[in-house]
Ligand binder design. Structure first.
Ligand code: GLN
Length: 491
């Protein structure tokens, strides 16, 4: 097996090839690192490579094959893990100086489940510091580049996971999504990127950003692989009280059932938002058309309150983040500044040295909006907007099975282009944050290349709470009819 071959294979083909002894898991691992050796220097998708962990996982799979035993569903599938999820034997840096040397002391449940399903832990993927950002330029360890165009960002904050999958350095990867950090980089890299319903996947072992919004989900190059990863990671976890035991089905079971009679709402007023690129708009309309041609009942719907999601998110997100990040004080975790005078000085120095500009901005925004005099005006208002947005979606789901919106208002932008303006960066999330606020599942499906730039465009398929099965069914129909293949120029 050579590196180009593994770079274009899907999860099922890999595990079936191993089961039928066409190749071994060890060969898959070797081909994977050979590919990484070629591509990683230009892309920088990883903060840490873990060949020893991957090799021993591969050896366990090969031993199972030799013993003739049944293989787990993701046997020998190379996987990337966002660097805010703990895995013993790796550092968990969150892309931050603060946690540069932090060794994981236990396993994140979602990662554990992925590895128990047979996936190979290839490395920890780069990300915006503490997951604050939409471009991966906020990583303390340097940006990740988009495999489609190395002068452009891969999106963020899970940009390393997205770029690694797009470039074929891994088959699947885990990301986290608080306001769009899986789906937006998915759109910008031409990968399938999915955020489950809030509560569907445990966050135990994920470094918290905003606990009422955070979810873990997969990147892949096909909808089927996305469903396979969801099968592995979903379900109740006693270590995360917000995880629910609503039945987890086999998300691959009905992928091919088609969309005949499915009620699809295209969110018209979101297409008209200022800043939405006409090519993105057209691709979204074309996606609805593709579903209609397969028998879906497509109609228009307006979600006028959801446009205020961005403003509400950038109050609620920083408020929760400022509270969650209080634990990084130079004593309990990570960086401890040497030579401090006293404990207050130690806090101040450690935090000033360990946090980058965007993290400091979020903490300041959050402490401001939570402060006594402003709490009602900002945090209270934002929570009310959140309730209205959730209600607006609930009404829409009485009429529709799935909704379609763009994932990102634009294709991948140039490195540095939005780095100077936090607001320009925040606007990347306008289509993704409403789902986090309402707790809904969504998947970005790459459907087209923008005619003017040749860069991928993603369409977001949204379903009602815990209805990932219907979401995947629509996404699969879209993927099959759009005929998009993830092949960035990457050699
Ligand atoms: N881009 C958004 C932000 O900066 C979302 C980040 C995320 O989902 N982690 O907050």
């Amino acid at each position: 097996m050579d590196h180009a071959e593994i770079g274009s294979m899907g999860a099922r083909a890999i595990s079936e090839g191993i089961a039928s002894k066409e190749f071994s898991a060890r060969e898959v691992t070797e081909a994977t690192y050979a590919r990484i050796e070629r591509l990683e220097p230009a892309i920088h998708a990883f903060n840490q490579l873990t060949p020893d962990l991957a090799m021993s996982a591969a050896d366990r799979i090969d031993a199972l094959v030799a013993a003739g035993g049944p293989l787990p569903p993701l046997a020998g599938v190379p996987a990337g893990i966002k660097d805010n999820m703990n895995l013993v034997g790796t550092r968990t840096t969150c892309g931050a100086r603060m946690l540069e040397d932090y060794d994981s002391v236990y396993d994140c449940t979602a990662v554990r489940r992925l590895l128990d399903a047979g996936a190979l832990p290839v490395g920890k993927c780069n990300m915006d510091e503490f997951a604050f950002g939409s471009s991966t330029e906020n990583s303390a360890f340097g940006p990740t580049r988009n495999p489609w165009d190395l002068e452009r960002v891969p999106g963020g904050s899970s940009g390393g996971s997205a770029a690694a999958v797009a470039a074929g350095m891994v088959t699947i990867a885990l990301g986290s999504d608080t306001g769009g950090s899986i789906r937006q980089p998915g759109a910008l890299t031409g990968t399938v990127a999915m955020k489950p319903t809030y509560g569907r996947v445990s966050r135990y072992g994920l470094v918290a950003f905003a606990s009422s919004l955070d979810q873990i989900g997969p990147f892949s190059r096909s909808v089927e692989d996305s469903a396979l990863v969801c099968n592995a990671i979903a379900g109740k976890d006693p270590f995360d009280a917000t995880s629910v035991d609503t039945l987890v089905g086999d998300y691959t079971a009905n992928l091919r059932s088609g969309v005949e009679g499915m009620r699809v709402g295209i969110v018209r007023d979101m297409l008209d938002l200022e800043g939405c690129d006409p090519e993105v708009r057209e691709a979204t309309v074309a996606a609805a058309q593709l579903l209609a041609e397969q028998g879906a009942l497509v109609d228009e719907v307006d979600l006028p309150t959801s446009r205020h999601g961005l403003a509400a998110y950038y109050v609620i997100g920083p408020a929760e983040a400022s509270s969650n990040l209080a634990r990084f004080d130079g004593i309990r975790y990570g960086r401890r500044s040497p030579g401090a005078e006293d404990v207050v000085d130690l806090y101040m120095r450690s935090r000033a040295e360990g946090f980058g500009a965007e993290t400091i901005r979020r903490i300041m925004l959050g402490t401001y909006t939570l402060s006594a005099g402003y709490y009602d005006a900002y945090y209270g208002q934002a929570q009310k907007a959140r309730t209205l947005i959730a209600r607006e979606f609930a009404e829409a789901f009485q009429r529709f099975d799935v909704l379609l919106t763009p994932t990102s208002p634009t294709v991948a932008f140039k490195l540095g282009e939005r780095a100077k303006s936090p607001v320009a960066m925040y606007l990347s999330d306008v289509y993704t944050v409403p789902l986090n606020l309402a707790g809904l599942p969504g998947v970005s499906v790459p459907t087209a290349l923008a005619p003017s730039s040749g860069l991928p465009i993603g369409v977001q398929v949204v379903a009602d709470h815990f209805d990932e099965a219907t979401m995947f069914r629509a996404a699969f129909a879209l993927e099959s009819s759009a005929g998009f293949v993830c092949t960035p120029a990457r050699e």
